[in-house]
Design a protein around this ligand. Structure first.
Ligand code: ARG
Length: 464
């Protein structure tokens, strides 16, 4: 029988359907390399502690190093072997002899083994995510640097609100991604702890050295409680949450760019390489890559939901349900790590339509707040009164002098004309570029501050 583990306790075989149903082999391809390294670390430690003889250890290590160099034999992944851990052990018995092969699993269980492999693979994939996030932030920062003086409207409730700059917009997204970076780093510190040597959950009577295997495998520490070590998957929940938040942020910028590329808005022209056309409508240029990305974020949120739902019903310690958790993690990483570099490329190659942005910057009375502020500064009226006067003028149809004056007379019984307000002053005050230059508060889109913000973002990126 290929399944070495069943021979003792259980009678008879299992149907192909049961075998397939129980097997984690497909998803375990993700941790095959980690499992070889875990085996090597464990054998080195067993040898050091004199828990395995030199001849067997040598045979096992030579064979495992061969797998590392030449890849695992295809037989390892045979469904009948249940999972990668059993698969490699069976293969070692075939290749290094059943005596040596049978000595490897001393003082450990697949429970601590799989938890260790999962953490090792998660570490690698987190580093991939962080590297790709770095590129994405870089692309946002360099586009922001180009556009510190590109004036555009900002929106609240998706209604034209106040003038801002494209740099302000892009750096707002960069700030989100900087926090995603911090969250992923934080998750990494809790992933990077070793469960190995916890065995089934209760440790072992053999004098194994958990500090040593932890160090061999690059972990910061061994986990403190052997029951927690095999049973906990909050490191997966935490990683998935961070990925889900990241993909939620990504979905927002996708949505934004999709909107910006419509003929209603026309703020951006996406590079053709990321767009598709229609099979019937020859004029179409559709932002498909961004749409798929927006959809992928739903998948990642779904993987988090699946994971939390699975974990929440498990008593201590290991339960086989945990095996079914792993594909959710791998899929979330796959979707995220594909999306990030694509988004960076889309942003780097996008052509922003500066004239349209500029024209729209003052559309829909985006400058009205500034006029209210001006009335406060110039004539000392309370902000709420000024707010009402300007609001009334907008309602009456424009921010021209006569209209504003009529509103002021009506609401506050003052004549702004008599106080010296002219059409020219209003025009000057309401010029979007002037408005932006006047912004003083920290974090605002004043082009001078934006230039500084670009530098600050750049430094933060390098420090991250
Ligand atoms: N394939 C299993 C998993 O991914 C490995 C641990 C199996 N342990 C067990 N007691 N059946 O969770």
């Amino acid at each position: 029988a290929k399944d070495q583990i069943r021979n003792g306790r259980l009678e008879g075989g299992r149907s192909a359907l049961v075998e397939q149903y129980l097997s984690s082999m497909e998803a375990d391809r993700e941790i095959a390399d980690s499992d070889i390294r875990v085996d090597i670390a464990h054998i080195l430690m067993l040898r050091k502690q004199d828990l395995i003889d030199a001849v067997s250890a040598k045979k096992l290590l030579t064979t495992l190093l061969g797998y590392m160099e030449n890849g695992l034999p295809a037989d390892v992944f045979d469904m009948t072997r249940e999972d990668i851990h059993a698969g490699i052990e069976a293969q070692l018995m075939a290749d290094a002899g059943s005596d040596a092969g049978g000595r490897m699993h001393l003082g450990r269980s697949r429970n601590d083994e799989v938890a260790t492999c999962l953490r090792m693979r998660t570490r690698e994939l987190l580093i991939d995510t962080l590297t790709a996030l770095f590129e994405l932030r870089q692309s946002l920062i360099s586009r922001a640097e180009e556009h510190t003086t590109t004036i555009m409207p900002g929106f609240t409730h998706l209604q034209h609100a106040q003038p801002t700059t494209l740099a302000h917009y892009l750096l707002a997204y960069e700030s989100l991604f900087a926090r995603d970076t911090a969250r992923l780093f934080d998750a990494y510190t809790r992933v990077n702890i070793s469960p190995l040597g916890s065995a089934a959950f209760a440790g072992t009577g053999f004098a194994i050295d958990r500090n040593l295997t932890a160090a061999y495998l690059g972990f910061a520490n061994p986990m403190e409680n052997s029951m927690d070590a095999v049973a906990n998957r909050d490191f997966i929940a935490e990683t998935l949450s961070s990925l889900a938040i990241l993909m939620t942020n990504i979905s927002r910028i996708c949505e934004e760019l999709i909107l910006w590329s419509t003929s209603f808005v026309r703020f951006v022209d996406l590079n053709d390489a990321y767009c598709s056309t229609s099979s019937i409508m020859p004029q179409k240029k559709n932002p498909d890559t961004l749409e798929i990305m927006r959809a992928k974020s739903a998948a990642v949120i779904g993987e988090l939901t699946a994971a939390l739902t699975l974990i929440k019903s498990l008593p201590m310690s290991y339960n086989r349900d945990l095996q079914d958790l792993n594909p959710h993690l791998w899929n979330a990483f796959r979707q995220t790590n594909m999306s990030l570099p694509l988004l960076a490329e889309i942003i780097s190659t996008a052509e922003f339509n500066v004239p349209v942005m500029k024209k729209q910057a003052s559309a829909g009375n985006t400058t009205a707040t500034e006029l209210a502020d001006f009335l406060v500064r110039e004539y000392g009226i309370p902000f709420r009164t000024a707010h009402n006067i300007v609001g009334r003028a907008v309602k009456l149809g424009s921010l021209e002098l006569d209209v504003v004056d009529a509103a002021a007379k009506d609401l506050a019984s003052i004549s702004l004309k008599e106080k010296g307000l002219t059409e020219e002053t209003i025009k000057k005050v309401l010029h979007p570029a002037t408005i932006l230059r006047q912004k003083q508060s920290f974090g605002s889109p004043n082009p001078k501050m934006m230039k500084k913000a670009v530098k600050v973002a750049d430094i933060r990126l390098v420090q991250d």
